[in-house]
Design a protein around this ligand. Sequence first.
Ligand SMILES: *[C@@H]1O[C@H](CO)[C@@H](O)[C@H](O)[C@H]1NC(C)=O
Ligand SMILES: *[C@@H]1O[C@H](CO)[C@@H](O)[C@H](O)[C@H]1NC(C)=O
Ligand SMILES: *[C@@H]1O[C@H](CO)[C@@H](O)[C@H](O)[C@H]1NC(C)=O
Ligand SMILES: *[C@@H]1O[C@H](CO)[C@@H](O)[C@H](O)[C@H]1NC(C)=O
Length: 810
Amino acid sequence: MERALIFLFSVLIIYVHKINTTELEIISTSQFLTEGDTLVSETRVFELGFFRPDNSENRYVGIWYKQISVRTPVWVANRNHPLPVVSPVVLKIVDTGILGIFNNNTIIWSSNTTMTSPNATAKLHDTGNLVLMDQQGKMMWQSFDYPTDTILYHMKLGKDYSRGIEWRLSSWRNNQDPSPGEFTWEADTNGYPENKLKQGSVINFRGGPWKNFRVTGFKYSLNLTLIYTVVMNENEASWNYYIENSSIISRFTLNSSGEVQDWVWEEAYKKWTLNTAFPIDICDPYNICKAYGTCSLDTRRQTCNCLDNERFVPRNQKSWEAADWSEGCVRRTPLDCVNGTDGFIKYSNFSLPDTEGTWFNMSMNLEECEAKCLKNCTCMAYALPDDSLGGKGCVHWFKDLIDMRESANNGDIFVRMASSELVALSTSKKKDGPNIKVILSVIVTGVLLICFISTWLWYVRKKKNNEQSIKGGNEELQMFSFTTISTATANFSTDNKLGEGGFGVVYKGVLEEGLEIAVKRLCTTSNQGVDEFKNEVTCISRVQHRNLVKLLGCCIKGDEKLLIYEYMPNKSLDSFIFDENRSVLLDWPKRYNIIKGIARGLLYLHHDSRLRIIHRDLKAGNILLDHDMNPKISDFGLARSFGGNETQGNTQRVVGTYGYMSPEYVINGIFSTKSDVFSFGVLVLEIVSGKKNRGFNHPEHVNNLTGHAWSVYNKGRTIELMNPSLAESCHPDEVIRSVAVGLLCVQKKAEDRPNMSSVVRMLDGEGALPTPKQPAFFIGKDSLEADLSSTRSNQAGSINGLSITQLDAR
Ligand SMILES: *[C@@H]1O[C@H](CO)[C@@H](O)[C@H](O)[C@H]1NC(C)=O
Ligand SMILES: *[C@@H]1O[C@H](CO)[C@@H](O)[C@H](O)[C@H]1NC(C)=O
Ligand SMILES: *[C@@H]1O[C@H](CO)[C@@H](O)[C@H](O)[C@H]1NC(C)=O
Ligand SMILES: *[C@@H]1O[C@H](CO)[C@@H](O)[C@H](O)[C@H]1NC(C)=O
C-alpha cells in the first residue's frame, strides 16, 4: 500500500514536471532530467535528452544537434539497455558521483565513474561531449571515452594505454536499434597504427597508416579541408579530425551495414549530404590481391597485379590468369640474406601495406631505417610512414606485404630484394640524359610495329568472320573460341551433357591441356547485346569466393553465348541427398559443413561482393560439390544477366523453382535478398531431412516439408525430421539448430526472415535463436478443408488456392 502510494506520488511528480519541460544547463545532485527535458550545451549546439529511434518503441538517452531539424543522435548512453515502454525514468547524479538512468530507483545505466565526489555536476559541451566533473571541476567521466557509432570533431579514435580505454566506433544493430551491431571501426595499434573496419573479427577494410585519414584513392565529394591530429606516445595512440571551416557541421558515422560515412549538414537544403564513404571501390575489400599483389582500378588492367611484373611472379600463374588472386605473388629470385648481398628496390605508386606487426621508431631517418632493416634478415621492407615530419620516421615490415593498391602521391616503400634483382634495376635505369637517337629509333620502330600488327589483326579478324578469338583483347576475362569449346565438348555431344540448369544446358569438356571444364550453353532468349553480356560476365568473374563456382571465361559467337566454369567432379547436391544409395556418402558433419558453406557463399553474394547479387534460383541442383564435398553455389549472377526483364509470350515469367520460391516472389514477382534467404531455408530443411520440399508426402497430414518441419519443431520433436541415415553421425544440437534456422528463413513475411549474416552467426552457434513464426505455405487446421482437395489433386497447380500456372517451374 505504502509502496503504491509512493509510486503514484513519484509518477505525479514526474507528470507535473513533464508539463513544464525544462532546458537544463547543468545536472547537479539536486537537478535531474526526465522525459521531455533536455540538457543543452553552452551555445546550444548540442542537446541531450530522451529519444525514441524511428519506428522503435524503446527509449534511450542520447545527444543530438540542437540546431538541426533532422534528429540525428550522435551518442547513446544506454544503447544496451532500452528503457521500459511507459514507466517514468530520470537521468540524475547520485551522491557518490555516478550519473545514472533510473527507473523507479532501479538503475538501468550508469556512467562508469571510478572516482567519487559528493557534489558532482554534469555538463554538455559544444563539442558534443557530456562531462561529469567533481567539486573542483576535475573531469571524472566523459562520453567521448565511450563513442557509439559517430565521431565528432576532436573525438578520438585509438587507445588510451594509461587508462586502459579503447576509443572505437561500433555500428548500431539497425536504424531502430542502437545496441552494438556487427561492425567496428577501430585503431590497430599492433605495429604502426592504422584504422580498420571489422565485421566481428574479420577485417573488411583498412584505412592507411596514420598521417592522413586514408592515404589512397579516397574521394570527397565536397571541397573541404579535413585536418587530422595524430598522437603517438607511451600513454596514448589516437587520431582525431576537424574541418578547417568550423562553421561546417560534419560527422563520421559507421552505419549498420558496415560503411563508414562522412556526412556534412547543408542548412540550405535542410539535409545531410554524403561527403565520402568507404569501403567503396573494388580495391577496398581488405587484402584482395594477397601477398605482394597490388589492386588496380584501371579497367584496362587486371584487378590484381604483382608489385612489379619482372621481379615478382604469381605464385600460381594459371589461377592468377583466371582472376583467382588467392595465392598472391612471390619474388622471382629468392632472398639471399646469409651472404649479406640483399638490397632494396624503391616502389612509389602504391599505398603502404598493412602495418600490422610492424616495428617503428619515429626519430630515425631514412638512412638509419635502411641500415637497421638490412641487418635483420626478417625485415622485408621499410618506409617513412609520415612525410609531414621532416623526413623522420621509420617502419619495418617483417611479413609479406599485403593490402596494397595503386595510388599516386603515396610516399615510397623500399622492398628487400636479392642482389641480382638490384643489378637489373641499375642497368634498366639509365643515369645519363635521354639519348635522342635511341628514343627516335624506338619511336619509329614502335610506329612501324603498331602499323604492322594492326594490319595483321585486321586481316585475322576479317578472316575469322567475326568469331571472337581466344583472349580477344580483353585481359580481364578469358575469351574462348567457339571451336575450342566445341572440340572440348565433342561438338556438344549428348554423352557429355551434365545436366540442364537454369538458363541452359551444361556440358562437360576437356581442354587440350587436359583441364576439365563445365560449359553452360545459354539459351538464346536474352536480347542482351554482346558488349553488355561481356561486361556483365567480366563483373561476375570478379565475384570470387570459395563457396562459389569459379567462372573461367566465356565464348560468344553469333547468337551462341557460352560460359566456361571449373568442373566439379561430385556433381550437385541433389544427386546425393535425394538418392537413397548415395545419401549415406554425406554424413552429418559433411552436411553441416555444406549448410554453412552455402550460407557463407550467399552472404558473400548479398553483402560482401561488390555487385550485391540476388541468386533467385537457389536449390539443391545448383549447389555443386568439389572433391572434398565442399559446396559451391553455381548459376549466381545469371539472374542479373538474364532474369531482369525476360519475357516470353508476353507474360512476365517468374524464374525460379517450385518449392524454393518465397510467397512474395511467387505472388508479386518481388525478389530481394530475403527471397534467397527463403530458398536457403528450404534447402537446409531438405539437407537435414533428405526429402524434397516439392512433392513431399506425409501419411498424417497434407503439409509440405516446411509445414511438416514446423509441426515437429513445435511439438519439440525436431530430431524426427532428420534423415534416418544420419542417426549415427549426427550432433543433435546442430541438427536442431539447423532446422530452427531453416524455419526462421522460410517465415511468411520477408522482414521476419534473418539476413545471411545473422544466419551465418546462428549456424556458428552464437547465441540463442529467436522463435520462428509460421512458415509460408503452411496449411493450418482452418484452411485444411478448403485446401485439401486442390492440394491433393494438383500439387503443382495450387498453393493455398493460388494459381501459379504462369510459373516457369523447373
Ligand atoms: C567500466 O570500467 C571498467 C574499468 O575501467 C571496465 O573494465 C568496464 O568494462 C567498464 N564498463 C563499461 C560498461 O564501460
Ligand atoms: C564556412 O562555411 C560557411 C557555411 O557553409 C560559409 O558560409 C563560409 O563562407 C565558409 N567560410 C570559409 C572561410 O570558407
Ligand atoms: C629510435 O631511434 C633513435 C635515433 O636513431 C635512437 O636514438 C633511439 O634509441 C631509437 N629508439 C628505439 C626504441 O629503438
Ligand atoms: C629482427 O627483427 C625481429 C622483429 O622485430 C626481431 O624479433 C629480431 O630480434 C631482429 N633480429 C635481429 C638480428 O636484430
